[in-house]
Write a protein that binds this ligand. Structure first.
Ligand SMILES: [Zn+2]
Length: 98
């Protein structure tokens, strides 16, 4: 196996991708419920777990997720989960996280 070599370019290899690292996200576009779903998504919850945690159907969870991906211009739940983790302090209502 080849050792991992450092790349000697100045450019970030993730910069041109659609991931959340170098793009501003517009959390203001989300409804309160969507923010709640996004917050829990960052803890790695499945749709079933999200459904149980929020007391809504899995079908509704999926609808929220679709809207979240659309509004944040992300293409996967993993990208949305990363947004959630990176912006936890903005999303989390707990004073413990501020
Ligand atoms: Zn928190």
């Amino acid at each position: 196996m080849d050792p991992v070599r450092p790349t000697h370019t100045r450019a970030c290899p993730a910069a041109d991708l659609r991931g959340p690292l170098h793009e501003p996200v517009e959390l203001d576009r989300l409804t309160q419920r969507e923010r709640q779903v996004l917050l829990l998504l960052g803890a790695g919850l499945s749709n079933k777990e999200l459904s149980e945690n929020l007391g809504i159907s899995e079908r509704t969870v999926k609808a929220h997720l679709s809207r979240i991906l659309e509004k944040l211009e992300k293409s996967s739940r993993l990208q949305a989960a990363m947004v959630s983790v990176l912006h936890h302090r903005d999303l989390c209502p707990s004073p413990a996280c501020q």
